[in-house]
Design a protein around this ligand. Sequence first.
Ligand code: ADP
Ligand code: MG
Length: 274
Amino acid sequence: RPALSRPERTRVFVVANQKGGVGKTTSTVNIAAALAQLGQRVLVVDLDPQGNASTALGVEHRRGVPSTYDALVDGVPLEEVASPSPEVDGLWVVPATIDLAGAEIELVSVVARESRLRKAVHGHPLVGGTDAGEERFDYVLIDCPPSLGLLTLNALVAGDEMLIPIQAEYYALEGLGQLLETVEMVKAHLNQQLDVSTILVTMYDARTRLAAGVAEEVREHFGERVLKTSIPRSVRVSEAPSYGQTVMTYDPGSPGALSYLEAAREIAIQGAAS
Ligand code: ADP
Ligand code: MG
C-alpha cells in the first residue's frame, strides 16, 4: 500500500466519552502508535490523572516528572513536558501525574481556565501548518478522563476533532446525549470548529448478536462518521499495558493490532479527503 501523506496541518483529536472503561485510553495509545508506524508524527497528551496512557506508552508518570499538570496549571510550554515514547519513532507523550487530579479544582480560579490546554497545544512550535516545519506533528491525541469536568472541557476547547469510542455493550448510547450537549455548548461559546468527526466501536464481540445490534444502532445514529473498522475484544489488547506497551508492538499481528492499524488508516484518509 502507498505510504500515507501527511495532513496539511496538525489535526488535534479529543478522545472523549464521560463513561469509564469504553476504550478511550486503549484507542488513544494504539491509534497514536499505529499512526506513528504509518510514518506520521504524533503527540499524545495524557489528560487523565490515572496516567494510563502514559503507562501504555512506556513513559514515566510518577509524581515530580514534568507533566500535563505543569502545562495546564503553571503554563510551562508543552515542548518542555513532552518526552519521546520508546514505542515507535515519531511518537511523543505528555504524561499525566496524579497531581492532575487537583487541577480540576485549582483551575477554577485561574484566568481563562477553559482555554489553558488550547493555549499550550497551539503554543507548541511543532503544532500548526507548513510554517511549523518538517518536524511538525501531524496528529495530537488528547486522552480525556471519564468525566465532563474542567479537564475534559479544556480538551474540547483545544481540539479540532473529536473521536468518541463506543463500547459495543448494553447501554452503549446512554450518556452520549449529555456528551453531545456539552459539545454543542462548547461549539456555541468556546470553540466553533469542534467537529465530532470520528466514532469508533470498541470491544466488539463478533460472536454475539448484541454487539452487532449495538454497532448497527451506532451507525444509524452517527452515519458516515462511524469508522468501518470496529475493534474486536481481545485479550492481547488488554494485556499490552502491563508490559508498558501498546498492542501495536506487543503483538503486531494480532487482530486487535491489525484493527487499530486499519482504524488509523481510515482516520488519516478521512482527513486527507476533507
Ligand atoms: P477508558 O479509557 O475509556 O476508561 P480503557 O481504554 O482503559 O477505557 O479500557 C477499559 C478496559 O478495557 C481496560 O482494562 C482495557 O485493557 C480493556 N480493553 C479496552 N479495549 C479492549 C479490547 N479491544 N479488548 C479487550 N479489552 C479491552
Ligand atoms: Mg482512560
